[in-house]
Design a protein around this ligand. Sequence first.
Ligand code: 0L1
Ligand code: MG
Length: 260
Amino acid sequence: MLDPTTLAKLADRVIAAQDNARTMPKLTDEYPSLSVADGYDVQDELCRRWIARGDRCIGVKAGLTSKAKMDQMGIDVPGFGILMASFARPENSALDMKELVHPRVEAEIAFVTKAKLQGEVSVEEVMAATDYVIPAVEVIDSRYEQFKFDLPSVIADNTSSARYVTGGRPRDPHSLDLRTIGVVIEKNGEIAALGASAAVLNHPALAVVMLVKHLAGRGSALPAGSFVMTGGITAAIPVAAGDNIHARFQDMGSVSFRFV
Ligand code: 0L1
Ligand code: MG
């Protein structure tokens, strides 16, 4: 467990890199014994600071949910990150590249909950507690050079969370087969990535199951009204100023925005 001085120092470092859109050395270079639990403690400290600035926590993201990313990191549960209201951008808006380091976009299904979820829950319980699902595109932006990190460092960087955009149509989760939603991301009118929602742990609701278990391990729960991004269905696509992104989700509509 980090002492309060080290925790504050690490949070200062991460928040400065995020605010100034610059990279930083891996935190484990200086703190080799930093653990994943310490990384989550840094996230909690970031959250306290964002709230002190007037921001609002609206939910959680699950990241590292694809088999490829899990194998690469040697994990079998996702890495989670905090989502603040200030990370959201409206559909069809222009995202400012000056605020970002080397962003990538990935298509995800987001869940919005209507009941509290706590402890060990099943996929069915997650589905029953879900108000609606909605298409989303996450903009990830590691604050580490070339997206090179280890697990504790990337958790402390809030799992590379930067921006997210929702769009399309909110849908009752029971009206869809959430394992077989096809998604296409177009960049500047060309197909840049495609996938099916089973890429997320075979069922995106399983990311919520694992999130709720993770929260229980940290003595908390997922409140009703949470917005949860369940993980990338497609590969993460690098983007640059001038790029237009259009993500089409089968039976759910599409999400569009651009980078300037
Ligand atoms: O949302 C994600 O899957 C990203 C999690 C952090 C790792 C990365 O930046 O690729
Ligand atoms: Mg993601």
